[in-house]
Design a binder for this molecule. Sequence first.
Ligand SMILES: [Fe+2]
Ligand SMILES: [Fe+2]
Length: 280
Amino acid sequence: MRQLLLDIEDQLAWGKEAIERLRSEGKWDETGAASFCALLRSCIDAAGGIGGEAAKTAKLPVRVRSFTTYQLPKQSQRDPAMGGTTLYRSSMGIKFDDPVRERLVSMMRVRQEEMTAAELLAAVIWLQKGMPWTFYRDLARHLWDEIRHALFGQAALEAEGYDWHSRPQYTSDYDVNIEKMPGTQYAWLSIGIEEGAMKRPGKVGEFEFCRDEAKHPLMAQFQDYDWADEVTHAAFGRTWTPELFGEDLGYIREVAKHELDHFWGEVRKAHEVAAAEGKV
Ligand SMILES: [Fe+2]
Ligand SMILES: [Fe+2]
């Protein structure tokens, strides 16, 4: 609680400063701010105070947003300043003489593009209703791990001076699977991809390559963490996919195999189209 209070004090100081700045620049909307405060107060009153222990008002707050049900996008969105999205991997678009260097840099890019795995998990959490709380907790951890893996790749690329921002961003995990049922999406990732990566060469092979061949301490450390996380993700998949399907793991592995075939087929197709257009 002491830590939280320190954070909140910082936030309040930052907020007060921001308001002062806006006021001095004549950009502060006094009426808008007052009505937003009144709305927050009415929400808190309706909830019985911050702790929910006070009497609740029967006068419920007005709805200011959410007039329509949120719809997940059918395609991943990226900053328009970036180099667009693709369904195939484009690495850094550099010709390397050294194959070890080439594999190392493309591994950094694969990590950096794991945002697409994080987005798939966000979709599963959003779409899959009625599961026990521990399902959502496990998938939230899984989601955060994938974001961290993307940060690994970003940090490694930036440490070496590569401008990953201008490159097309691989969004297949989300874009190819979004039309599937949430359980199918999750089986594709956790059983198809992640359990599959437990077999050699897989995740251990990536780690050993960075440590022994590329001799890159930063990427070796990142891959070590990445591998450990993937062990957990495969275990989450084995726990939750049988619950989602009401079937045993043998059946789910068959489903995952079909989904992998479909997925790689789509990725191949996209690559062929780009090749025909002279883009790769
Ligand atoms: Fe990952
Ligand atoms: Fe993972």
